[in-house]
Structures are given as C-alpha cells and as structure tokens.
Design a protein around this ligand. Structure first.
Ligand code: PLP
Length: 409
C-alpha cells in the first residue's frame, strides 16, 4: 500500500510567526478560515498514514495496546489542557462538542438538583441552544436566554447552570472568564464554557479562573481535521460526583470485565462513552504537536497584532465601501477572528474565494476572517485588504454565479 508521506518539520521554533512551515498550504491560497476548519499540519498526513498502513493494516486488534489506541483520548486531552489553562487529568478528547455539552450540562444539572433554570447567551451557537433546550425538556427545567452582558444580573438561587461561549462565533466578542465564574458561584450555580473559538488562539485559564466545565471543537484552531473529535473539561473538584448521562463501556471503571452493571471510571475518563474513533483521534493528537515550542501568550500576541492590522485596513480602506466592523476594537475583548458586516457580504466572500482567499459567511450578513496565529502572516492581511478593495471596485461580488447559496457555508 502507498500513502502520502509528508515529513514533519522541526519541532522547536523561535517565534510564533515561524510555525507556518508546519502546515500544508495549497499553492496560491490565502486561508482565513482557521476558526472554522484549520489547515492540515504536515505531521497529520504522516501520522494517519502510519495508523492506517501499519497500526491498522498490520497491527490490527493488537494496536489497542501496542500502538496506544486505548489512551489516545487522554493523551490528546492532555495536549489540549496545556492550551486552555488546565492541570492534567481534567480534559479528555472524545465525541463532538454537541455531545460533550449534553454530557457536562446534564452532569451540572444533576449536581444542582432542585434548581429550576439554565441561563445562556441568546447569541450562542445554535447547537448549544438546541442541546440546552433538550436538557431542559428532559429535566423539566426552564431556559433563560439573555445577552451575555446581562447574565451576571440574571442569576439567582434557581439557576443550576450557565452556558456561555468564551469567544462569540459571529462577532469574536471575548468574555471575562473569571468574572462570569465568580458571578455563577455567588449564585451557587455551575459555569460551563464553550471554548470552540478560543483553544489554540486565545489564552484562557480554566483552573485559575475557577471554571467548572468546558467543551470545544477539535477542528478549528486545533487543526484536528474535518469532524475531529471535540473535548471536554471537568474541574477535579467535581469529577467524583459527576453522573454523566451517556454511560458506555469506554467510561466504565473495568470495561474488560464486561459487567452487566455500569460503574463509572474515576476522574474525567468516565465522560467517555463508546469505542474511540482511532483514526480521527490520531489526526487530532498529531495535529496538536503543531503547538510544540509555543506559548498561548506568544500566540495571542501574534493574533492581536494580525487582527489589529486587519482592523486598521478596514478603517482606512474598506469603510468607504460600506463595511462595518462587528468585532470589538479592544484586544482584551476580541478573539482571533474579525467579522465585518456588509449587505452584499455573501457575494463578496464568493468573489474572494474565486481569487483563492478563503473566509466564511454567517447569516444574515457577517463576513468572518479568522487569523490563526500559528500560520497567518501580515502579508496575508495585506493581500486580503487589497482583494476586498478590488472586489468592490470591479463589483465582481454582483456576478450571478456568486449568488448561488452553497449547502455548507
Ligand atoms: C461555538 C460553537 N460550538 C459548537 C459548534 C459545533 O459543534 P459540533 O462539533 O458538535 O458540530 C460550533 C461549530 O462551529 C461552534 O462554533
């Protein structure tokens, strides 16, 4: 069998801007969608090829032990823990973000039995809202959707849990984790964070800020590949008391005793459910090596410099074409993407894609540009501003072909 074999680059580099060579970047492409699906780190092609052609093809069932398949979820989780400010033993990579939110939210609600309400941001990503509604329906609770800024003043002794996305998926508004954790705890409630647009680009301190639970995606800034497993965080202090609802054999204390009754594993391991998706976890686990030799502080400094440069360009060259900034100007309040609003935003994004500049679009008129600090450069920013200006000057956004809506945006 022959597989592509792209060799990994060196593992240590001096500065964040120099990690670009660790990624496969299609020739001519400028990529601003790392907040949606990250570029492929070169090591992933090698790791997946090895997992298929050696571990699976030759090792077969023996690879659960000999190739470490059984501990991939934990090992990927530990690499993610380093990026989100968590000590070991609290993060595990498994399932999707939606499924993980279900597991931690039910656990939180059970830890706060007797309380009757879940509070969330009205602008949360839809899957979060759907899962919250479903948990509320199953447990006979009510849901209160308010603006993120109004969450602290909405809390009282009826609130069991609060679900908030740390960096808003549309505007990139970043919330002060410590402040929300404090408000939640003052009301006796538990705080659950969605870190999908945070991990790998924006620092956060789950442990130090007193967070209770968190979930997030593996395929955005973590570059784990399309549909990569998500991850979840459960603070040490809650783990032993957590009763998660998807009891499966991979979360059992002694799975290979094949007992008829469920007994949860100790620690965060109990949050696993069924057999691990080994190939997908292999990709995520390898992709996380792209962060070797970096610190979140250095990456965040790079992210802020890139987003600042883009916002400067918007102010000086794009505002006159009707673009408005939908993201915060303050570095402290901004994630790693910048959103612009424009009535013809969809056509503009299509015209940019035709020129090999890829960002994405969110209804009703948000144009999102992700700046991944591991691989985006100031040259990318300059080229993006030039291209948007060009698309407005030649009105290529208005062409008929750019009005066709694709199934996946
Ligand atoms: C904030 C947020 N949460 C959750 C998801 C999706 O979760 P899942 O991986 O379960 O589809 C996304 C996807 O873009 C997201 O932006």
């Amino acid at each position: 069998m022959t597989f592509i074999d792209i060799h990994p680059g060196p593992s240590q580099d001096p500065a964040p801007g120099s990690f670009r060579h660790r990624f496969h970047i299609p020739p001519g492409l400028r990529y601003f969608d790392g907040n949606s699906l990250g570029l492929m780190p070169n090591v992933v092609a090698h790791a997946v090829s090895n997992a298929v052609s050696r571990e699976w093809a030759d090792g077969l069932i023996r690879s659960w032990n000999s190739a470490g398949w059984r501990t991939l979820s934990q090992r990927a989780g530990e690499k993610i823990a380093r990026l989100v400010g968590a000590e070991p033993g609290q993060v595990i990579a498994c399932d999707s973000t939606s499924v993980n939110l279900y597991k931690v939210l039910v656990s939180a609600v059970r830890l706060r039995a007797g309380r009757t309400r879940i509070v969330t941001d009205v602008d949360s990503f839809p899957t979060d809202l759907y899962i919250i509604d479903e948990v509320a329906r199953q447990f006979g609770l009510s849901v209160q959707q308010v603006r993120a800024a109004d969450i602290p003043s909405s809390l009282d002794a009826d609130v069991a849990a609060i679900v908030l996305t740390h960096v808003d998926y549309r505007t990139a508004q970043a919330h002060d984790m410590a402040q929300y954790n404090k408000a939640a705890h003052a009301a006796g409630a538990l705080m659950i964070w969605d870190l999908s647009h945070t991990a790998g680009a924006v620092p956060c301190a789950l442990d130090a800020s007193g967070a209770d639970f968190a979930v997030g995606c593996g395929y955005k800034y973590l570059n784990g590949g399309p549909g990569a497993p998500g991850y979840l965080y459960v603070a040490h202090r809650h783990q032993a008391a957590c009763d998660q609802p998807l009891a499966g054999w991979f979360g059992h204390a002694r799975p290979f005793e094949f007992l008829p009754d469920y007994a949860p594993a100790s620690g965060v391991d109990r949050f696993q459910c069924g057999t691990s998706p080994v190939l997908a976890l292999t990709a995520l686990h390898a992709a996380l090596d792209a962060f070797d030799g970096t610190s979140m502080e250095a990456l965040h400094a790079q992210s802020c410099a890139l987003t600042d440069a883009f916002i400067d360009g918007v102010d000086t060259r794009l505002a006159r074409h009707g673009f408005t900034l939908a993201s915060p100007r303050s570095r402290q309040q901004r994630g790693s993407h910048v959103s612009l609003r424009h009535p013809e935003g969809y056509g503009v994004m299509q015209a940019l894609a035709q020129r090999q500049l890829i960002g994405d679009f969110r209804m009703p008129d948000f144009m999102r540009f992700g700046f991944a600090p591991l691989y985006n450069t100031f040259e990318d920013v300059e080229a993006l501003i030039d291209a948007i200006e060009q698309v407005m000057r030649d009105a290529s956004w208005s062409s008929e072909e750019h009005r066709v809506r694709h199934a996946f945006t």
